[in-house]
Design a binder for this molecule. Structure first.
Ligand code: SAH
Length: 219
């Protein structure tokens, strides 16, 4: 059941957007509106609810984490998602980032390798009424070939190297953001233009490693 947000939640939620996200430089109004709208407290574990608006990642079980709110906003802004865009997300996790993407895009395709996490995210997002999210439980190492092309790809687990394969699934002008590296990690933003790919290195980050075939060098 969806619980009404408490007064404390509403206050902490607004502080999260103002102090952690706007103050650090995220300006895109559509992104800020989405960060205000999605009830983050529903995506954390029940016993962590009081920390839902905390300025950092939190455990969601299975050795995985829900990303820091600022990083969710930062990555979403970098992808410059338009309302007619089709978006691929690798690493559904809690489904929180998925909800933010679903607020901005036309369709979101999201893949999660841990079946229980995918099932939990499907339940929460279904209860919230999202009807533009397509779920897949399984290895996202090969992307989602049946649903190409995508205008944006958000990867929320870190492969050791840039996952070149995903670039083939981008439409012309499409953007991909991905944390890359095994020790030191940084965000890479790649834009497909004509036959070429523009590459920008953004900020340093810490994500859980990507698993599955990509990590075994098979994808
Ligand atoms: N955006 C999520 C982040 C979750 S952490 C959130 O904020 O909740 C990254 C997720 O990627 C984990 O749930 C992990 O299980 C998943 N993952 C790792 N490797 C994967 C792969 N090869 N395919 C699909 N999902 C993967």
């Amino acid at each position: 059941m969806i619980r009404e947000s408490s007064q404390n939640d509403r206050r902490d939620h607004e502080r999260m957007v103002k102090d952690q996200i706007e103050r650090r430089g995220v300006r895109d109004k559509r992104v800020l509106d989405a960060m205000r709208k999605v009830p983050r407290e529903l995506f954390v574990e029940r016993h962590d609810r009081e920390f839902a608006f905390h300025d950092g990642p939190l455990s969601i079980g299975h050795g995985q984490t829900i990303s820091q709110p600022y990083i969710v906003a930062y990555m979403t802004e970098a992808l410059a998602i338009g309302s007619t865009d089709r978006v691929l997300e690798i690493g559904t996790g809690s489904g929180y980032q998925t909800a933010v993407l679903a607020e901005l895009a036309a369709e979101v395709y999201t893949i999660e390798i841990v079946e229980e996490l995918s099932a939990r995210a499907q339940k929460v997002l279904g209860e919230l009424g999202y009807s533009n999210i397509h779920f897949r439980a399984g290895d996202g190492s090969l992307g989602w070939p049946e649903a190409v092309p995508f205008n944006a790809i958000m990867v929320t687990a870190a492969p050791d190297r840039t996952p070149e394969r995903f670039l083939e699934q981008l439409a012309e002008g499409g953007r991909m953001i991905v944390p890359v590296g095994s020790g030191e990690q940084y965000l890479e933003l790649l834009t497909r233009r004509g036959g070429a790919v523009e590459r920008r290195e953004l900020i340093g980050v810490r994500f859980v490693p990507m698993t599955g075939r990509i990590q075994k060098g098979e994808a």
